[in-house]
Structures are given as C-alpha cells and as structure tokens.
Design a protein around this ligand. Structure first.
Ligand SMILES: Nc1ncnc2c1ncn2[C@@H]1O[C@H](COP(=O)(O)OP(=O)(O)OP(=O)(O)O)[C@@H](O)[C@H]1O
Length: 638
C-alpha cells in the first residue's frame, strides 16, 4: 500500500532524524549586484578629463554644504587661505631680494644688507603658518556640523519619502551609497581646504617663479603631473572596487543585525540556524575581501608608475637649473631663489594633485548622496498642498494599486464608502490585499488607479502630513521604540494630554498595573540593550501600540492585526474599547481571528486583490458559498 503520510489518531509521531552534523555545506548565497548601474556606467564611460571636471563640482557642492551649516567658519577658512597665500608670495619676494646680498663675497656686509628683507620673509612665513593653523581650527569646528547636516538630511528624507520609493528597484543600495557619501562629506571639507590652500600657494609661488624664468614653471608642472594622473586613475580603481562590493556589504550589514540582535537570538539558537548563517556571512565577507584584494595589484602598479615618472621629471628640473646656472644664463642667486620657490610650488602642486584625486574620489560618493537626495525629494514632493480635513466619509472610487515592478495589481479597482461612526472589518486570506487597502485609505500610498477621497479632498492632491494628523495606525509590525514609556504612548501626537492622558490610554489597554510595576513608571526606558533599560513582552508592546493610537483620538483609526500577540483578556478589552470609541471616528480593523469580526458593523472580504463580498458578519456567514462562511467554518474546525 502506498505511503499516504496520514497518521492514525494516537499513533506515535513520525519524528524525522536530526540532520547529520557532517551534512554538506549549504549552497553559497546568490551573487548580488549593485542596482545603481547608472553610476557604474557613468564611471566606466568617464574620461580623465570628465573626472577632472568633477572636482569643481565637488568643490562647489562642498562649499555650498559648508556655507549652509556655518557661514562664519567657511568665510574664516577662505580668508585664512588667501592670507596664507599672500604670506607665501611676500616671503618668496623677500627671499629673492635677500639672496643677492647673501651670495655677495662679504658675508657680514651681505647679512647686514639682507636682514630687513629676511625679517619680512620670516614674518610673512609666520603669518602664513598662523593663518593655516586658524583655517585648520575653523575646519575642525565646521566638520561635525557638516557631518550632522548631511546625516540629518538623509535620515529626514528617508522619513519623508513616498512608500513607493522603498519599493523601487535598488532603493536600499542607493540609500547605502548615499550614506557613504554623507560620511565622506566631512573628508571632502578637509580635502577642499587643502586643495584650495594648495591653489592659493601655487599661484603665489608660480607668480614669483615665472618672474624669475618662465621655463621653470613648465618643468615644475611636468614633475607633478604624472603623480596627479596616477592619483586619479588609482581613485577610479578604488571606486570600482567599492561599486562592486556595495551590494554584498549592504546585505552583509543587514544580516549582521539579524545575527547579533537579542530579538532573534532564541529562534536562531533553538532551530540550530547558526552553522548555515555563519557560512552565509563568511561567504559575504570572502566576497567583499576577494574583490578588495583584486583591486590592490592594479592600484600598486599605477601608483608606482606615476611616482617613477614624477621622479624622472623632478630630476630633469634640477639638471636644467644646474645647466642654466653653469652656462651663465641664470645667476646663482636667481637659481637659489628658484629652488626655494620651486620647493614651495612643488609642495603646493603636490597637494593639489593629491587632494584633487582624493577629492575626485570622495566626490564620486558625494554625487551618490546628491543623486539620492534628488531622487527621494522629487518623489516626496509629488503630492499637492491641499489640507486634508478630519473626514466624515472616505470614498474609494475605482481605487487600485500595483506595486512598482509588478505586472499584476495587488489591489484591483475598488469602489467603497466608509462612514464616520462605523467599524469596518477587513477580512481575507494572506496576500489578499488588506494591508495595501489600508495604506490607500490612510493616504500612506496614492492609488495607481482611481482615487481615494476624504470628504471632497482627493488624497493624491493633498498634503500627506495634513492627512496623517487625523490618522491613528496600529500596523502589523509596530516599533519597539527605544524611548521612555511616556514617549512610547505620546510619540507623534498632535496634542498633549499630560500624564493623566497617558495613564488613561494605558488603562484602556489594560497596562496600568504593568506600567506601575516598572522601576521608574512612565520614565522607564524601554530598551533592554541600554543600561537601565527595560523590556516588555510581545503582547505588552502591542498593547502600547494600541494605547498610542487611542491616546491620539484620531478621526481615522486603523488597526492591522492589533491583537495577534495578546491574551484573551487583552483582546477583549481592546475590542470593547474600539466599540466605545467608534462614534467619533472611522474605524478599520484587519484581523484573521474571525470571532473578533462580529463586533464590526460591516465586514469587507477581500480575495486576490478584489472585494469579494461585504455585509454584516451574521449575514455573510449565513450566505451559501460565501468566503467568510468558509473561513469561519475552518476556524471552528479544530
Ligand atoms: N512592498 C511590496 N512590493 C511588492 N509587492 C508587495 C509589497 N507588499 C505587498 N505586496 C504584494 O501585494 C499583495 C497584497 O499584499 P498585502 O500585504 O496587501 O496582503 P494582506 O492581505 O495584508 O496579507 P496578510 O494577511 O498576509 O497580511 C501580495 O501579493 C504581496 O506579495
């Protein structure tokens, strides 16, 4: 007789053998690709000239960022650099004046005649150094502000982004690239200071050098150019490595949280997930490491070649200076000044090319930051400015939704009206479209077909924030905010009701005693990972989420599986409270526990993205062939 897999009641369970310890290693994680291909193509197509052109853009972006966070410090840096350059020019001119006296036959007379010029040179040098130190101080004051501003912009934009932006292909990768760009913004401010400082120094030195002999400047540029080009090529290699590892690093970073958080520690241990997850994590580390190592060899070759060429050209400059002096085409005094000026100009040029290359490199990351900001901003400003009212009625007029990149709608066009005072229960199997529907009702997403109207206001043209002020949402996954109990209830509230209101909300969800037992009452920090923090149970967190929504007293109260982790007493309390509050609001509850659905005035049953039936619970259950009847019968069949 063939094996059916069925088991007679009371027969011993067929317990499968545990996986042998020497099981073959699980397959490697799939190859991931950074989705910001746009950037990669731009990198691959870019010529050295294109890259050099990026530096002024990066300079301008950095200057704008710096100016926006602290005008005084930005201006201080600029003024100090100009003064430091002037100091160099004065110092070199003074040296050129002093040198002929110093090379005169009588050293004592020479020194006597040269000392005023030498004093000016020393004073100019000291002023230049002082200015440089002042610019450094200003940069140190500027950097933390730039870091905070860039980070705040990014975090704020994430919180403002349209939800559909999260669903676009490669959003997380681009978000991570932007985060790296935000971190590099600080380096850029430093690079920009050194680079512009180098320019100012160079202009000063070059002016003096050209006045001595025009040829000297050309030879000097040649000696530094190869190192500059090498720096740019090396930066390009480095960025490519970064680009090829960004997806792996992104997924690895995400997984790291899952592997180290206490929230998943039980599941991970009891289900012996560690070996597989460890090999997965190691595979990602190996992938990143391998690609980084691949880049090391070409990087070394380019840097070596550039340094050798640069050395050759420098040697050429020294030889030509010597030849000019020996042939009598240039006096020894001028040759001496040329050496001092060329040293200064050389150092300046070196820092220009070096920091130019570094800046170009960091500028690539900064461009990821700016591109991402532009992308999210354009999506966040797509809606209108009409203020949404506290609705008495919500109407869905052929409203449907298709997620980006999907062919099939998650929700086919729906026409529905929800009235104030009514409790509506949304029911349907997994994936039926319930969460998608409540996102549209609350204006979290704009329908891709039809419209959602709050009274006469189309949510697609309304200011989203003005609509959300009237919403209280208990989502399927609610945040365990690492804040004090009080903030966990009042978080995001348009009104303050004081502690009395907080205790009232806690009482409505049966949390009074539990909160009173906490070491610091409402001041207790709900974050076990932080010293002095406290943790709640899953059901208690859910009660807090409900308390938060109730404290808000919204015109639109939406609860998505609000009691899935609660005990029977908690669940009973919540639904009794919802009933008591219902008169002043539109209440929508999504639940799979069909006994809870009885309390709703109307049940809407969704099936594969369509409204299949609606009516009272009793009518629908009694209707022959209704989906609700079928689901309810299944729920009773234990
Ligand atoms: N962000 C998303 N991107 C693409 N598809 C999505 C996204 N969220 C949901 N979907 C798809 O849309 C459909 C409806 O999902 P939805 O979350 O609305 O179902 P649901 O009825 O709330 O399910 P459940 O009872 O399991 O919570 C599903 O097929 C799901 O795979």
């Amino acid at each position: 007789m063939p094996e059916t897999g069925r088991r007679e009641p009371g027969a011993p369970a067929n317990v499968p053998a545990a996986r042998p310890a020497d099981d073959p290693r699980p397959s490697a994680p799939p190859e991931l690709d950074y989705n910001g291909r746009r950037h990669r193509r731009a990198m691959d197509d870019a010529t050295l000239w294109d890259m050099a052109r990026r530096i002024p853009t990066a300079l301008a972006q950095t200057a704008r960022l710096a100016w926006s966070v602290d005008r005084r410090m930005t201006a201080t840096i600029l003024v100090c650099q100009v003064l430091s350059g002037l100091g160099t020019a004065v110092m070199l001119t003074a040296v050129s004046r002093a040198l002929p006296h110093l090379t005169a036959s009588d050293a004592r007379t020479g020194l006597t005649q040269a000392w005023p010029a030498l004093t000016v040179a020393v004073a100019a040098m000291a002023t230049g150094s002082g200015m440089w130190i002042l610019a450094d101080w200003a940069t140190r004051r500027l950097n933390p502000k730039i870091a905070s501003a860039a980070d705040l912009t990014l975090v704020d934009l994430h919180m403002k982004a349209e939800l559909s932006a999260y669903d676009t292909e490669g959003f997380t990768d681009r978000s991570q690239a932007a985060e790296i760009g935000a971190m590099r913004a600080v380096d850029l401010a430093d690079d920009a200071k050194t680079l512009t400082g180098g320019f100012v120094q160079l202009v000063s030195a070059a002016t003096v050098l050209t006045s001595l002999h025009p040829l000297l400047l050309g030879v000097l540029v040649l000696s530094v150019l190869p190192r500059g080009l090498g720096g740019v090529i090396a930066a390009r290699i480095d960025y490519r490595v970064h680009d090829r590892t960004i997806s792996a690093r992104n997924v690895r970073g995400m997984m790291r949280w899952w592997l180290t958080t206490s929230e998943l520690a039980d599941e991970l241990r009891a289900n012996t997930m560690r070996p597989y997850l460890q090999s997965w994590y190691r595979a990602m580390c190996d992938r990143v490491e391998g690609r980084e190592l691949e880049g090391a060899r070409p990087y070394l070759l380019v840097t070596l070649l550039a340094a050798s060429l640069s050395g050759l050209f420098t040697l050429g400059m020294w030889v030509s200076l010597a030849a000019l002096a020996v042939s009598g085409a240039m006096s020894t005094a001028i040759a001496g000044t040329a050496i001092v000026a060329s040293q200064t100009a050389g150092r300046a040029l070196n820092s220009i090319v070096r920091y130019g290359a570094v800046m170009f490199h960091h500028g690539l990351y900064l461009s990821d930051y700016h591109t991402f900001i532009g992308e999210v901003r354009s999506s966040a400003t797509a809606r209108g400015t009409t203020r949404a009212p506290a609705p008495r009625r919500i109407r869905l007029c052929g409203a449907g939704f298709t997620y980006p990149g999907r062919d099939e709608p998650a929700l086919h066009p729906v026409t529905l009206t929800l009235e104030r005072g009514e409790i509506v229960a949304l029911v349907g199997e997994n994936g039926a479209g319930k969460s998608t529907l409540i996102r549209m009702i609350t204006g979290l997403t704009v329908p891709t077909a039809g419209s959602v109207r709050w009274d006469d206001t189309d949510l697609a043209t309304a200011d989203a924030e003005s609509a959300w002020r009237h919403v209280g949402l208990v989502p399927q996954k609610n945040g365990h905010w690492p804040l004090r109990v009080r903030e966990n209830i009042t978080l995001g509230q348009p009104r303050e009701h004081g502690d009395e209101g907080v205790w009232d909300a806690a009482g409505r969800v049966g949390m009074t005693e539990a909160l009173e037992r906490l070491p610091d009452g409402l001041d207790t920090l709900l974050a076990r990972s932080v010293w002095g923090g406290h943790e709640l149970s899953g059901g208690q967190w859910q009660r807090l989420a409900c308390a938060r929504a109730m404290y808000r007293e919204p015109a639109v109260l939406v609860l998505d599986e609000p009691t899935s982790e609660m005990d029977a007493r908690g669940e009973h309390l919540i639904f009794r409270e919802l009933r008591a509050m219902a008169r002043d609001r539109i209440t929508v509850v999504v639940t799979h526990r069909l006994d809870n659905v009885r309390m709703a005035d109307r049940v809407i049953v969704l099936d594969q993205g369509r409204v299949r039936e609606q009516g009272t619970f009793d009518d629908l259950v009694a209707t022959e062939g209704s989906l609700l009847g079928e689901l309810y019968a299944l729920a009773q069949d234990r």
